[in-house]
Design a binder for this molecule. Structure first.
Ligand code: APR
Ligand code: PHB
Length: 409
């Protein structure tokens, strides 16, 4: 079997890339380890930057998002028992974010791919990559007990943090940068009205909390918790009680609780693998980087990666190779700025063990943030998403090493 691009992973990155390539007439197949139902059952954050929305529009997958997505022009910060609004719209020169669950987005992408009649093999757990350091890479797997070999021009590694693609690269060719945080997030989903029309990020003496939403009738909440906790340690009653303790009095009084429909614990991690291109293998999304969810950048980085990758592949098939040559550095410049913002916001809002001095620094920074137009504007432009570099931006290397090794064109 032959295709132009073999995409590994049917999460947001793989599915969005598949639609963007299809729109450009580039043939592709998506290979997914899990079942369609499993992928669609994942509960994930969904704060979309305008660049993400425009990428979805370019892929022709923005109709429901524009109908049901909630436009947010501000966010709220709470510390010291008081709340402060950051006017994202005014401070960013008129921009906003859309709140739309990643679960819904993945469903829209999955249905669009099916409607396009594009090949997607679910439940193929044994994908292996071959010869991606040549101009004739292959992907092998078994389908229905029979071996399948796909000859392709490129392999797109959109298979997330635990995928096979980055793991197929010789360790000596990878530079890994990572930071683990000494806490996690316990998340709860409930069919209750959200606390407010906007998201509320909380720095409290008891730890971080976040009041978010999926719609006007479905709420999403998080409380910082020890990494040693498990969902079994958090009854609904304990969760709602702890959340109330972390909220300012007015918010606590307004909180509407109800039975959880999903609870999960997520560890927080910052991670970047450099570079993102290895010959005819290109990584995108969580396969190349992870951010702590505090800044809601994970999905948006996946979208900007595949937007830049689709532009580079379109150029290649039109006879120009500069996009592919600069793909990794162009992505990494954006990724590292989002990693910085996500690390900064995580460090600002969470309680770190045995760090009273750090706690006082947090309050000084929060007071500066809410009291300074310049600081609020810097927050706003990062939160709504930094501008995408144009494809021909001189840029210069973004990775930690001088240049990147020779790659077959
Ligand atoms: N073979 C095929 N598919 C695989 C393999 C493999 N060996 N390993 C993993 N996968 C699949 C996973 O089952 C998953 O469906 O690749 C997909 C990767 O999707 P995500 O992990 O969602 O990553 P990505 O598409 O980059 O989206 C990033 O998703 O996890 C969130 O917070 C993250 O919002 C961010 C977004
Ligand atoms: C969510 O709704 O899951 C969410 C929103 C904003 C964040 C993180 C998670 O920063």
């Amino acid at each position: 079997m032959r295709t132009q691009v073999a995409i590994v992973g049917a999460g947001p990155a793989g599915l969005l890339l598949g639609q963007l390539l299809h729109r450009s007439g580039i043939d592709n197949i998506v290979l997914e380890r899990r079942s369609r139902e499993h992928v669609l059952g994942r509960i994930r954050a969904g704060v979309l930057e305008e660049i993400t929305v425009s990428a979805l529009a370019e892929a022709g997958v923005d109709a429901r998002l524009r109908r049901e997505g909630l436009r947010h022009e501000g966010v709220q910060l709470s510390f010291g028992g008081e709340r402060h609004r950051i006017d994202l719209h005014r401070l960013s020169g008129g921009r906003h974010v859309l709140v739309y669950g990643q679960t819904e987005l993945t469903r829209d992408l999955t249905e669009a791919r099916a409607a396009s009649g594009l090949a997607t093999d679910y439940e193929v757990p044994d994908v292996t990559l071959h010869a991606f350091d040549t101009t004739h890479p292959q992907v092998h797997y078994t389908r229905g007990g029979r071996p399948v070999r796909i000859e392709c021009d490129f392999i797109a590694g959109c298979d997330g943090f635990h995928g096979v693609c980055r793991a197929s690269v010789a360790p000596a060719a990878l530079r890994i940068y990572e930071r683990a945080y000494p806490f996690g997030w316990m998340g709860l989903l409930a069919d209750t009205p959200p606390l407010d029309d906007e998201l509320l990020y909380v720095n409290s003496p008891r730890g971080f909390a976040l009041c978010s939403m999926r719609s006007r009738t479905r709420s999403r909440y998080y409380v910082q918790c020890p990494l040693t906790d498990s969902v079994r340690d958090w009854s609904d009653e304990r969760f709602w009680g702890e959340l109330r303790e972390r909220l300012d009095p007015g918010s606590a009084a307004r909180l509407i609780t109800g039975p959880s429909i999903e609870k999960s614990l997520a560890p927080l991690r910052s991670f970047v693998a450099e570079p993102m291109r290895f010959g005819r293998l290109l990584l995108a999304g969580d396969a190349a980087h992870i951010v702590p969810p505090t800044g809601a950048k994970g999905l948006n980085l996946a979208a900007s990666d595949v937007l830049m990758l689709s532009q580079a592949l379109e150029e290649h098939y039109r006879g120009r190779s500069s996009g592919l040559a600069h793909y990794s550095d162009r992505c990494l410049r954006r990724i590292w700025k989002a990693e910085r913002f996500s690390w900064w916001l995580t460090s600002l809002l969470h309680r770190f063990p045995d760090d009273e001095f750090g706690g006082r620094l947090q309050h000084a920074e929060l007071e500066y943030l809410v009291g300074s137009e310049a600081a609020r504007a810097a927050f706003a432009e990062n939160y709504v998403g930094l501008a995408l570099e144009p494809p021909d931006h001189p840029g210069g290397p973004a990775s930690g090493a001088a240049g990147s090794r020779h790659d077959p064109q």
